[in-house]
Design a protein around this ligand. Structure first.
Ligand SMILES: [Zn+2]
Length: 56
């Protein structure tokens, strides 16, 4: 499960070259922030499940 302030790793890197994201909102959609560039994205939880490498 995703919790606030969790750091997750995505299989595909962000355009800035980083693959670590911090969870900043949880629910049916997950809001997460790129720890490198600060870009915030909103993604459905079911989609995120397929994209993460592991929870850290
Ligand atoms: Zn980024």
């Amino acid at each position: 499960m995703y919790k606030l302030d969790d750091i997750i790793t995505t299989k595909k890197k962000h355009v800035c070259g980083n693959d670590k994201w911090k969870i900043i909102r949880v629910g049916a959609d997950i809001k997460m922030e790129c720890v490198n560039c600060g870009r915030v994205v909103l993604i459905p939880k079911i989609e995120l499940d397929k994209k993460i490498k592991k929870t850290a």
